[in-house]
Design a protein around this ligand. Structure first.
Ligand code: URA
Length: 216
């Protein structure tokens, strides 16, 4: 898996992520969702530099202009719930992509910190020979991405896989390295050191789905 770590370099995207993390700012749900969306736009732009392009010509009022346009059939898939604002950001750039949605949530069968990931809902076009962009802002244990990818196998085999996330934990990224094909790309804004005993990213930002939508 190729890891593209956005905040290794200084950019205005640092501000978006600082606001997502800040306990005094993240309570503004509209700003929280919009900051995730903005990071979807930034990550989508970086990712777009790695797509294949075809030379095309467009007619202007004054002549012909040559423009390279993406040559890949893109499917944007987001993991419910917190993937939705990230999905919107990506869709602002890949506006003619097909879309798919999948649910994944943590189920604690023994009411302790051990959990399994349950995938219950999937709506997707065929992925055969397409470019799959799979979005989830929090990459904690990596198990949601892995389980979702297994569920998506029933929809065909994509030619290219790009995973997009905002905050990742080192441990989860290492696990995903062993589960995803080598040619998978991970586009991630920032990487944190630790997970706590409940599998939350530390320092992270808390529960992204709850902060986006106020649901528990
Ligand atoms: N999901 C979240 O929203 N936050 C975490 O820290 C881990 C998973």
């Amino acid at each position: 898996m190729h890891i593209h770590h956005l905040l290794e370099n200084n950019s205005i995207a640092n501000k978006f992520i600082a606001q997502l993390r800040d306990i005094n700012i993240q309570t503004d749900r509209m700003r929280f969702r919009r900051n995730i969306e903005r990071l979807g736009e930034v990550l989508g732009y970086e990712l777009s530099k790695h797509l294949n392009y075809n030379d095309t010509s467009v007619t202007t009022p004054l002549g012909q202009a040559n423009v390279p346009l993406p040559a890949e059939d893109i499917v944007l898939c987001s993991i419910l719930r917190a993937g939705l604002p990230l999905h919107n950001g990506l869709l602002n750039y890949f506006d003619d992509a097909e879309n798919s949605f999948i649910s994944a949530y943590r189920h604690h069968p023994d009411n302790d910190e051990k959990f399994e990931i349950l995938v219950e809902y999937l709506a997707s076009p065929s992925l055969d020979n397409k470019t799959l962009i799979l979005a989830d802002p929090m990459l904690a244990t990596g198990r949601s991405f892995v389980n979702v990818m297994k569920a998506l196998e029933s929809m065909g085999t994509p030619k290219n896989i790009h995973l997009v996330s905002v905050i990742g934990a080192k441990e989860g990224i290492e696990y995903m390295q062993s589960e995803f094909p080598e040619n998978t790309h991970l586009w991630i804004a920032t990487i944190d050191e630790e997970l706590n005993e409940r599998g939350y990213i530390v320092p992270g930002l808390g529960d992204a789905g709850d902060l986006c939508y106020g649901t528990k």
